[in-house]
Design a protein around this ligand. Sequence first.
Ligand code: SF4
Length: 317
Amino acid sequence: MSTPLLIDTGRSPRGWSRIGQFMKCPQRYAYSDVLGIELIPGPALIRGTMGHLMQAHQHARWGAAQGGCWAGDTWVEDPDELLDPYQAIDEYCKLHPRAMSYLGDMVTTFDKYMEQYPEPLGRVLGVEYLVQAHVGTSQGEYVFWVEGSEKPADFEPCTVPYINRQGQLVGRPMSITRRIDLLTEKRGRTWIWDHKHQASVALGRSKDGYTMDGGFGVFRIMGQQLFGSSFGGVYLNLVQRLDPWKVVQVAVPPTPWRDKHLPWMIAEAEERLATLEPRDPWQWPKAQSETVCVGRYGACKALNLCRFGQRGLETMK
Ligand code: SF4
């Protein structure tokens, strides 16, 4: 038998975290995606990745036992084709030794989750399921076309023409991707789930925040196109990792007005990004906002780069 699979829970290639980060702070995007500076994730993000990994392996093993499911881009029908959640998190810690100090904490959180939800949340169709959408126009409006759904007859793909730093005029097709944490089917409806691991779950704030998060708008458009009238919606699986552990599962309210112009906003951001490409990556526009520069996960890791320029690199070693 081949080596059991470790599921990839990393960023999707052209995901919301890429263009959403650019929208929030172009300079931060330039540090990480143009200059390749590793903006080391803080503990909350490492814990989140570990939590995702355990959830992904558990649900994929359930899905395999239910008749098969997608684990990333691999179809699995035998749970033993996959590492179990504990093996998966051990493997992750070997690859990312910094994660080791959070291992006990995240295993306890997972065990508490399993005490509350020992059964799958429906028929598991996929985990970490990658969806790609092309941005273009149809009937004079910006739209997405999700691969695997019916393409509008007059769909015209958008391409960003830009001059790269070598002075060449090149074109880049516009697309947006999302990796769906969990896809389930229950009573004839298909649901997109997103896992969030938080120190303490504050339901109202989380629900409102994720409602307006563009990544959830992209999920909804993708779900509507892929599953049509059988699409149920987007659900949050909020897992509190501190005592008293708890899990809150809540539907993300729809945002029809915002969703209508979300494809345009993404196209507009991609065009703006393209105009910045030839610029010195240390001099891209900076958010300079108290709440953006110091957010939920603490201070932006690039704070000293914005304060001191390249000298700030010394403080990141
Ligand atoms: S410190 Fe603020 S302005 Fe600088 S990269 Fe981070 S978010 Fe952007």
